[in-house]
Write a protein that binds this ligand. Structure first.
Ligand code: NAP
Length: 280
């Protein structure tokens, strides 16, 4: 039996084992996927022993995504550009690092029937997730992506990666209102709205400025209907949470582990069913 896992600290709350084991079972593959607590100072030791312990790959969450970058033998282009690795394949004692967040986001938009080509996007946040998402939107043909962030410097730094497609702005209510006027997609990549520690939006007037039919996508998936989504729905705007992204980045990771293309829609359905079954 081949072994896969997700490493992190904390990691025991991760839904990756549930999602990945359901997909592996549906493919009738003899793999097992576990959650392994690996502290920050234990990462190097884990990397040295993983192959010998039978792991053929792993996912990574906090606090390892950035620390893995310099430790890879081969790094995929988007992982290098984002400075973040969330999927590692171990092949012939070599570590291959990937970032699947951006692709997961794009695939979830496709699944939701949202075409990005030609869209003007208002993107909130400039952290790790915002970087992966904004670069994929720019490369995927969005007409423009305005990145609004509390720390303007951080947005400016991100936007330099695709000048001409990404535009930096601040996070004041006035700026958000102005930028929303011609946006047909709003993506929340901040941690605002996250259960527990994330803080909350205090002003939703930017939603009133969005054109009719503009879609609102919140990267958060807990709670399943965030306050931003509730506010969007009350204004008749279609709203989506980040569960699709979570699922599709997992499908993309499994494609790397197995080194093969999978039927995204089928795998996504299997993962959703496993999550629903757990919640019922
Ligand atoms: P991160 O690197 O820590 O970035 C956090 C972002 O939120 C920064 O832009 C930060 O602004 C902004 N922010 C935090 N508190 C704020 C406040 N009070 N007011 C305004 N802005 C604030 O985190 P991340 O890894 O990018 O993740 C962002 C969110 O996406 C998290 O909630 C995470 O759970 C979610 N996510 C979901 C998926 C998925 O699969 N659905 C994948 C990845 C991430 P500053 O730069 O000013 O600090």
């Amino acid at each position: 039996m081949k072994k896969l896992c997700v490493i992190g600290d904390p990691v025991l709350h991760s839904r990756s084992p549930l999602i990945q084991n359901a997909m592996l079972r549906s493919l009738d593959l003899d793999y097992v996927y576990s959650a392994e607590t690996v502290r920050k100072d234990e990462l190097q030791d884990f990397l040295e022993k993983a192959g010998a312990e039978g792991f053929v790959g792993f996912n990574a969450t906090m606090p390892h995504k950035e620390s893995l970058v310099p430790r890879m033998d081969v790094l995929a282009e988007d992982a290098a550009e984002c400075g973040s690795v969330n999927t590692v394949c171990i092949r012939n004692d070599k570590l291959y690092g990937f970032s699947t967040d951006g692709t997961g986001f794009l695939r979830s938009l496709t699944e939701a029937g949202i075409e990005i080509s030609g869209r003007k996007v208002l993107l909130l946040g400039a952290g790790g997730a915002a970087k992966a998402v904004s670069l994929k939107l720019a490369d995927g043909g969005a007409a423009s992506v305005t990145v609004c962030n509390r720390t303007l410097d951080r947005a400016e730094q991100l936007c330099r990666l695709r000048s001409g497609a990404l535009y930096a702005a601040d996070f004041s209510p006035q700026t958000l209102l102005r930028c929303a006027r011609d946006a047909s997609l709003l993506v929340n990549c901040t941690s605002l709205g996250m259960l527990g520690t994330g803080g909350q939006f205090t002003d939703f007037s930017f939603l009133d400025a969005l054109p009719t039919g503009a879609a609102v996508y919140d990267l958060l998936y807990s709670p399943a209907e965030t306050l931003l989504m509730k506010q969007a729905i009350s204004r008749n705007l279609p709203a989506y949470n980040g569960l699709g992204m979570l699922i599709h980045q997992a499908v993309c990771a499994l494609e790397h582990f197995l080194d093969t293309q999978l039927d995204h829609r089928r795998m996504s359905a299997v993962a959703r069913q496993a999550l629903e079954h757990q919640n019922s």
